[in-house]
Design a protein around this ligand. Structure first.
Ligand SMILES: Cc1ncc(COP(=O)(O)O)c(C=O)c1O
Ligand SMILES: N[C@@H](CCOP(=O)(O)O)C(=O)O
Length: 465
C-alpha cells in the first residue's frame, strides 16, 4: 500500500516515510491509496480477542506491506508495548448508560485523553523506525490541550526526537497545561502562543510548507495530519462494534469533534467493512463542521472559548481528507477549495458532494448550557461523571439517534479530572486525578511565551534544537 497526498502533487510514499513526513510537500495530507477490506468473517473473529490482537490485525495492512520494512513480528511487539501503559485491561472499555446507549472510555492512557491511544503507538513506531535508520527528527505540534501532553509523554527522554509543542496561552485548562509544562526532559519544549489553537496549527503548517526550513530541522508531526494518528484511532471502532454485536448488527457513533480526526477514523472503519449505521459529528459552539455538513458553508469564524476547550477549533485539519474522498480523489478539486480557504477564509461544497457528505454524517452543535445540563443529567441518571467534551457527544447522540434499536456509542474522549471546575460546578463532585498525577500541582513548570510570529518560532527552534 502506498500513501497519496490529498492535493495530488506530492510523491506517493510508503508507511515509514508517511510516519516521519507529517504534511505532504504540496501542503496536502497523506491518505492510503485504497482502503483495506476486512470480511465479515474476519470481523467476527475479533470476538473475544484482546484490544492488542484486534489492533494488530486492523492496522497490519497499513503498516506491514510491500512498501514498508516493518515486519509483522516487530509490529505486533510494538502494539503490545504501546497498550501496556493503559490503566484498564480492556484498554478502551465500554460503559453502559441505558439499554442501547453506551460510552467508549478512551481516557485510560497515561495522559487521560483519547490521544494516548494513537500517540502511545506513535512513540514506539518513531523509536523503531528512527533507530533503524539512525536518524533524529524535530517534532513541532499544536495543541488545544490534549494532543500536547499525549505527544510529550510518548517522546519524552527519547534520543530520536526533540519536541516543540505550541498551545494557545490561557486557553487550555490548568490540568492540561500542567501536564505539558511539568515535563522537564531536555528534549521537551513548551511554548505558550499569544493566539488561539487555529493560530498555533497554522504556524505548524507554515513550517511544513517552508520546504528548506522543514528539511533543515528534519520536521515531523504528531498532530492528526500524521496518518498514523488516524490509523490507530480506527481500531476502537472495531473493538467496540464487535463487542456490541457487529458484524451481525449495525452500531452508531457520536463523536465530539474539533479537528475531524477521530470521526474520520470512524468513516475509515466503515469504508473497511465495519457496519456503522450513523456517524454523528458533535461540535461545541465553534460549529464550522456542523455548518458545513448541514449547509455546505465552510467559512471560518472567530474561535470562541468554551468549557470544552480542546474542541475550540475553526479550521478543522482532517476535513481535507474527507474532501478528497467526496471529490473522488481529485487533488485539483481539493487544491481549489484549499486555495479559497487560504485566500478568502471560506469555501462551499454543494451538489453531489454535499449530498454524499450528508449521507455519511449527521451533525449537531451543542450549546454551553446543554453541555452543562448533560453532565448533570448523566450524573443523576447513572452516577457517571463525564467531562464536557464527552457531554457534547452524549447530547448529540440523544438528539440525533435515528433508530432506538441500534446501539449508539458516544466516544468519551477525556477524563473528567482534566476539567474539574466545569464538572464540579454541575455535579458538586470534584473529579480526582489518578494516583500517578496526584502531585501535578506541586510540580515545577517550564514553558516559554511566544508571540504569534513565524520567524520568532523558527528562531526559537533553531536556538533550542
Ligand atoms: C477531549 C477531546 N475531545 C474531542 C476532541 C476532538 O477530536 P478531533 O480533533 O479528532 O475531532 C479533542 C481534540 O481534538 C479532544 O481533546
Ligand atoms: N484537540 C486537539 C487539537 C489537535 O488535534 P490533533 O488531533 O490534530 O492533534 C488537542 O487536544 O490538542
Amino acid at each position: 500500500m502506498k500513501y497519496i497526498s490529498t492535493r495530488g502533487e506530492a510523491p506517493a510514499l510508503g508507511f515509514e516515510d508517511v510516519l516521519l513526513t507529517g504534511l505532504a510537500r504540496d501542503g496536502g495530507l497523506y491518505i492510503p491509496s485504497e482502503w483495506p477490506q476486512l470480511s465479515r468473517d474476519e470481523i467476527k473473529s475479533f470476538r473475544g480477542m484482546s484490544y492488542q490482537d484486534v489492533a494488530f490485525r486492523v492496522m497490519k495492512p497499513f503498516v506491514c506491506n510491500a512498501h514498508s520494512s516493518i515486519s509483522e513480528d516487530d509490529f505486533e511487539a510494538i502494539v503490545a508495548k504501546a497498550y501496556s501503559t493503559f490503566r484498564h485491561k480492556a484498554v478502551v472499555p465500554l460503559a453502559q448508560l441505558d439499554s442501547n446507549e453506551w460510552m467508549l472510555e478512551l481516557f485510560h492512557g497515561p495522559t487521560l485523553a483519547f490521544k494516548d491511544v494513537a500517540l502511545q503507538l506513535l512513540g514506539h513506531l518513531f523509536d523503531h523506525v528512527l533507530t533503524k535508520q539512525g536518524r533524529k527528527v524535530t517534532i513541532v505540534g499544536a495543541t488545544s490541550g490534549d494532543t500536547g501532553s499525549a505527544a510529550i509523554e510518548c517522546v519524552r527522554d527519547r534520543a530520536c526526537a526533540e519536541i516543540f509543542m505550541l498551545h494557545p496561552y490561557g486557553r487550555v485548562s490548568d490540568v492540561q497545561r500542567k501536564q505539558m509544562t511539568t515535563v522537564l526532559s531536555p528534549n521537551v519544549h513548551n511554548l505558550a502562543v499569544d493566539g488561539n489553537f487555529d493560530d498555533c496549527q497554522a504556524m505548524v503548517k507554515a513550517l511544513f510548507n517552508d520546504l528548506s526550513f522543514r528539511d533543515e530541522i528534519t520536521l515531523s508531526a504528531v498532530n492528526s495530519i500524521n496518518w498514523a494518528r488516524v490509523m490507530a484511532q480506527i481500531v476502537y471502532y472495531f473493538t467496540s462494534a464487535v463487542a456490541l454485536g457487529a458484524p451481525d448488527r449495525e452500531v452508531s457513533y457520536s463523536v465530539p469533534t474539533g479537528n475531524f480526526g477521530d470521526i474520520y477514523a470512524g468513516y475509515v472503519a466503515q469504508q473497511m467493512g465495519l457496519p456503522i449505521k450513523q456517524l454523528v459529528v458533535a461540535t461545541n459552539r465553534n460549529d464550522i463542521l456542523t455548518r458545513v455538513l448541514t449547509t455546505g458553508d465552510y467559512s471560518v469564524g472567530t474561535v470562541s472559548p468554551t468549557i470544552s476547550p480542546s474542541m475550540d477549533i475553526q479550521v478543522s485539519s482532517n476535513f481535507e481528507r474527507l474532501l478528497f474522498n467526496l471529490y473522488n480523489k481529485q487533488g485539483d478539486d481539493v487544491r481549489r477549495l484549499m486555495n479559497n480557504l487560504s485566500q478568502s477564509k471560506s469555501f462551499t461544497i454543494d451538489g453531489p458532494e454535499l449530498a454524499k457528505a450528508q449521507q455519511i454524517f449527521d451533525a449537531l452543535q451543542v450549546s454551553e448550557e446543554d453541555t452543562e445540563a448533560t453532565i448533570g443529567q448523566v450524573y443523576r441518571e447513572s452516577g457517571q461523571v463525564i467531562d464536557p467534551h464527552t457531554a457534547v457527544g452524549v447530547q448529540a447522540a440523544r438528539r440525533k439517534n435515528a433508530d432506538a434499536a441500534t446501539p449508539m456509542v458516544t466516544l468519551s474522549t477525556a477524563h473528567p479530572a482534566k476539567f474539574p471546575e466545569a464538572v464540579e460546578k454541575v455535579t458538586g463532585r470534584h473529579p480526582d486525578l489518578p494516583a500517578h498525577m496526584a502531585d501535578l500541582f506541586e510540580r515545577e513548570e517550564r514553558c516559554d511565551r511566544l508571540t504569534h510570529d513565524l520567524d520568532a518560532l523558527k528562531s526559537y527552534i533553531r536556538e533550542n534544537i
